[in-house]
Design a protein. Structure first.
Length: 134
C-alpha cells in the first residue's frame, strides 16, 4: 500500500528526493527489485546531495546490491553527523559482515550499540546485538 501512495506522490513531483528515497527504501524492504531501488536512491541523493538521511538510504541500497565500495563512500558523511552516526555505524558493521570481515564487523556493531544520538536508537542497538550474538 505504501508503495502505491509513494508512486502516486512521485507522479505529482518526480523531482522530490524524499519521495524517491522512500520509494527506494520500500522497494528494498518489499523485495520489489534491488536495482530499481538503487536507482531511486541514487536519484534522490542527486536531487538532494546534502541530505544525510538519503545518503544513508543509498548506502543501504548499495549494500543490498553488493556495491560495497560505493556503500562505504556513501556512509562517510553520515558517520560524522550525530543524528545519522548510530545508523551509519550499524551499516558499516553490516558492510564488514557481508564482506566476511567478522572481527571488523564486531567492532562496528559494538560502536553502534554504544552510540547515542539518532532516531531509532533502540532498533539499531537491537540489530547490532543480534549480529554480536551470532
Amino acid at each position: 500500500d505504501a508503495v502505491k501512495y509513494l508512486q502516486q506522490a512521485m507522479r505529482y513531483d518526480e523531482y522530490d528526493g524524499e519521495v524517491l528515497g522512500l520509494l527506494g527504501e520500500m522497494y528494498l524492504k518489499e523485495n520489489e527489485g534491488d536495482d530499481i531501488a538503487l536507482r531511486f536512491c541514487e536519484k534522490a541523493v542527486e536531487l538532494n546531495p546534502d541530505s544525510l538521511s538519503l545518503q544513508l538510504q543509498l548506502a543501504k541500497a548499495q549494500l543490498q546490491c553488493g556495491d560495497f565500495l560505493n556503500c562505504r563512500s556513501s556512509l562517510q558523511a553520515c558517520l560524522r553527523n550525530k543524528k545519522t552516526r548510530p545508523a551509519a555505524l550499524l551499516q558499516r558493521g553490516l558492510l564488514a559482515y557481508e564482506q566476511g570481515q567478522k572481527r571488523t564487523a564486531k567492532k562496528w556493531f559494538e560502536k553502534a550499540e554504544s552510540c547515542i544520538g539518532g532516531k531509532n536508537d533502540s532498533e539499531i542497538k537491537k540489530t547490532a546485538r543480534h549480529y554480536l550474538n551470532k
